[in-house]
Design a protein around this ligand. Structure first.
Ligand SMILES: [Fe+2]
Length: 357
């Protein structure tokens, strides 16, 4: 148990933003405090937990930088346990990942050349009686090894996106709702694929069926060993649990046949790989796809999806990772993505739920 004896928040760090970007709030170690022990750092975070929480809800994301005692997965997990108490498993997700240590996972195992569009983690999950608020409250990232080049994690304030989207588009989404269908293979044939054993966290069909039933999903096993998952209607917008602010909150702009499997370079960027992607797309896009429709089954206008993608592109910001950086996003307020990168790059991720009540 970390002591919460008062330590002023100004004791170890200064607060600023990167010039010209409102996101994230940068909480940077004072030069003379960069070498504080991990224990001292955890104590300081615990003592100022509420203040960090308030700043997180105001800014949407906070970046701890320059604390040299943070070097790996264990340090990351220790900080997150102080910040949030409840760390979550990743089952139910849409990106390939691998476990690292405890509840810490790789941020994504998707191939380096791929751009991952911005999204709030698991915002496609539908509320139900057993999961009234099924999306993680926080998603956090830790930079263990800086990218060789690029590989930023862009972030975007989805309160601002909502303000900037055309009113008639918002009205179409809110009145017609959304439903996600996924087709997942049993084994992986290309780097971007997510298998159903990964998504369900088991390769046992009975256990997968039980997982789906708990979520209220209808599933059909397909002849090639894959599965089709039909979800229930999921949110389009949402009000923040604490601040009450309204947020654009869905992933239709990514989880759609028009975009996933991804266009162009999803097998690589060389001319040969692009040729191969073109040749294999019909076959690959049958074994693995995501598709969002409106809740009545009608197709979403692709022009609406393009408007959403462009609005997010114009609103997002990004910074270059430094080893030891720890970024915490309020997963309702802020979306995140990933830029293509040159190896190496090791970014870890964690999901957390806030204490209720
Ligand atoms: Fe993500």
């Amino acid at each position: 148990m970390i002591s919460e004896k008062p330590v002023p928040v100004s004791e170890l760090a200064t607060f600023k933003t990167f010039s010209g970007t409102p996101l994230p709030l940068v909480i940077e170690a004072k030069p003379e405090k960069a070498n504080v022990s991990r224990e001292e750092l955890l104590h300081w975070i615990a003592a100022n937990r509420q203040e960090f929480e308030t700043k997180l809800q105001k800014h949407g994301a906070i970046l701890f930088r320059g604390f040299k005692s943070l070097t790996g997965a264990e340090d990351f997990e220790a900080v997150m346990k102080v910040v949030s108490h409840t760390l979550l498993d990743y089952a139910g997700g849409t990106t390939p990942r691998s476990a690292v240590s405890g509840k810490i996972v790789s941020s994504t195992d998707a191939p380096a050349q791929m751009t991952i569009g911005l999204h709030q983690e698991m915002s496609y999950l539908e509320p139900s009686a057993s999961f009234p608020d099924p999306t993680p409250d926080k998603v956090a990232f830790f930079c263990e090894i800086e990218p060789g080049g690029a590989g930023q994690t862009p972030i975007c304030d989805m309160r601002v996106v909502l303000e900037r989207l055309p009113k008639d588009l918002i009205e179409r989404f809110e009145s017609k709702g959304l439903i996600l269908t996924r087709q997942l293979p049993f084994t992986k044939e290309a780097g971007h694929e997510v298998t159903w054993p990964t998504m369900f966290g088991t390769s046992d069909k009975k256990e997968a069926e039980a997982f789906a039933e708990k979520r209220g999903w209808r599933i059909e096993w397909t002849d090639d060993g894959g599965v089709r998952v039909y979800q229930k209607p999921s949110p389009t917008t949402k009000s923040h649990r604490v601040t009450g602010e309204k947020i654009w909150f869905n992933q239709a702009h990514l989880l759609h046949k028009e975009y996933a499997p991804w266009k162009g370079d999803f097998l690589g960027t060389t001319p040969e790989q692009i040729d191969e992607a073109n040749r294999r797309r019909p076959e690959l896009s049958k074994r693995f796809f995501y598709h969002s429709t409106h809740a009545d089954g009608s197709e979403i206008m692709v022009s609406d999806l393009e408007t959403i993608r462009q609005t997010i592109d114009k609103t997002m910001t990004m910074f270059d990772w430094k080893a030891g950086d720890l970024l915490i996003c309020d997963n309702k307020l802020v979306s995140h993505g990933r830029q293509p990168y040159s190896p190496p790059r090791k970014i870890l991720a964690a999901l957390a739920a806030d204490d209720r009540g």
